[in-house]
Design a protein around this ligand. Structure first.
Ligand code: ADP
Ligand code: ASP
Ligand code: MG
Length: 439
């Protein structure tokens, strides 16, 4: 059995949903089809939540109506028969009635997560209605029945596996299953989600849960490119990469994959394929355990980074200093991305600023701290980058024009990371693109 995940643009227009139908009905292999919300929907739902959070009911209502109008336009183009159209109208009515009810009750975070879940529920129900109309047998699965996260918002893979396997066992003769990406239940049994872009994560978790033969991520581009195509000219797709390389690129900003979406597939050695819904015959990118290539493969960039320089003369020849520093970040559940050290100072970067004030306060009790905001981590990834001759030299040469704040090299065999002010990001990426790739 394989997993086929389709992103927002792949289901965002009626004709695209028809294309998805063609793709999932090819071949004999059984599949679990994971769908995102229609493109733009989650953004709209976020803005509805924001309007409700700021008690602006008029704004919330107008955003709900706008989104509702979009769906009322969408379904008649998707479906032909009266029966199917009536069913779709019912589905849309139910979900927008729910959103409208929220205008009348007091808002809280749990309600906000319920709002965000509407997109994937709508897309999967509408798609399932299309399959019914075309008499293509498919089982509708609610992700809320098997996808769960614990109190630290970490997916509960074993539970997911047990529940999903039990559900699939009830349908021994079915070959197509449709479910929602992104959404899940949390430890309080409330509706929750895997964070923005989380449908990729769902796909990989489901792939791991059933030890699928492949996890196909269908999107609007022909695979992982060697640089961010939204920013850099002349990027090109990478045919193959290792799980480690892909994980690093995803984590450091390659939007094509959710930051955490590689580890579940990697854990069970399920190959991940990045494929283009609009160009299904294109090779795309195959992500697997081992790849042969050597040298720089791709670059990604992560914005919104804050660098903290922690300085203390007591660090000199002392042990236990780093532990003390890291304990503070641990206490506030704030992950550190980059670290560089000297004899008297350590610099770290974080992107979650929710507890910055507390962290700085506690650090300030035993050392001096300096903070640089609006930084970008540029991550250069390749197989054995650190062993390929001159790799670090060419990175430094290429960035000669830009003030580099931190460099991290040698932490793994496939990564060099540099930190620069975000205002230099575009030029720095373009320069690296020209200098590190020979085509
Ligand atoms: P989906 O809605 O299918 O999940 P996303 O918008 O989340 O799609 O991800 C695909 C987009 O990621 C591409 O259209 C592209 O603009 C962007 N992207 C950013 N970095 C990369 C990269 N290195 N390779 C490919 N795409 C990238
Ligand atoms: N719909 C969600 C989002 O836009 C999840 C996803 O598309 O992966 O973030
Ligand atoms: Mg995505």
């Amino acid at each position: 059995m394989k997993i086929m995940k389709f992103g927002g643009t792949s289901v965002g227009r009626p004709e695209r949903m028809h294309q998805v139908k063609d793709l999932i009905t090819r071949g004999d292999e059984s599949k679990i089809v994971v769908l995102s919300a229609l493109s733009g929907t989650t953004n709209s739902l976020v803005s509805i939540g924001e309007a409700l959070a700021s008690a602006d009911k008029v704004l919330a209502k107008s955003r709900i109506d706008e989104l509702h109008a979009h769906y009322k336009e969408f379904y008649p183009q998707l479906l032909k028969s009266d029966v199917a159209r009536e069913k779709a109208l019912e589905i849309i009515k139910e979900h927008f009635e729910f959103l409208n009810i929220l205008l009348k009750i007091s808002f809280n975070e749990a309600i906000n997560r319920d709002i965000l879940a509407q997109g994937e529920l709508l897309s999967t129900k509408l798609f399932h209605t299309l399959l019914e109309e075309l008499e293509i047998p498919a089982v509708f699965l609610s992700a809320l029945d098997f996808m769960s996260i614990d109190e630290n918002s970490e997916p509960e893979l074993q539970k997911i596996s047990d529940k999903l396997k039990a559900i699939l066992a009830q349908h021994p003769d079915d070959t197509i299953f449709i479910t929602q990406g992104f959404i899940c239940k949390n430890h309080l049994n409330e509706v929750d989600n895997l964070k923005r872009g989380g449908s990729d994560y769902t796909a990989s978790l489901v792939a791991a849960a059933i030890q699928a033969t492949a996890c196909e991520i269908w999107t609007d581009i022909d695979g992982m490119h060697n640089n961010d195509p939204r920013i850099v000219d002349k990027t090109r797709p990478i045919a193959e990469m290792s799980f480690d390389e892909a994980a690093e690129l995803a984590y450091f900003g390659a939007k094509i994959l959710h930051p955490a979406s590689i580890w579940p597939a990697q854990q069970f050695n399920v190959p991940v394929k990045l494929l283009n819904t609009m160009q299904p015959e294109a090779h795309g990118t195959l992500i697997k355990a081992e790849v042969d290539s050597v040298g720089v493969k791709a670059i990604a960039a992560k914005d919104g980074i804050t660098a903290i320089k922690i300085k203390s003369s007591r660090m000199l020849l002392a042990y236990g200093f780093l532990r003390k520093v890291f304990e503070i970040f641990e206490k506030y559940k704030t992950p550190i991305d980059m670290i560089t050290t000297s004899e008297v100072a350590v610099s770290v970067t974080i992107d979650d600023l929710s507890h910055l004030e507390h962290i700085l306060e506690e650090l300030g009790t035993f050392c001096s701290v300096e903070v640089d905001r609006d930084q970008t981590i540029i991550c250069i990834v390749g197989n054995m980058v650190s062993e390929s001759k001159g790799a670090i030299q060419s990175v430094i040469d290429s960035l000669i024009e830009y003030p580099v704040r931190m460099v991290s090299f040698g932490g793994s065999r496939h990564n060099v990371s540099v930190l620069i002010d975000s205002k230099f990001k575009k030029e720095a990426l373009q320069s690296l693109n020209q200098d590190l790739f020979t085509w």
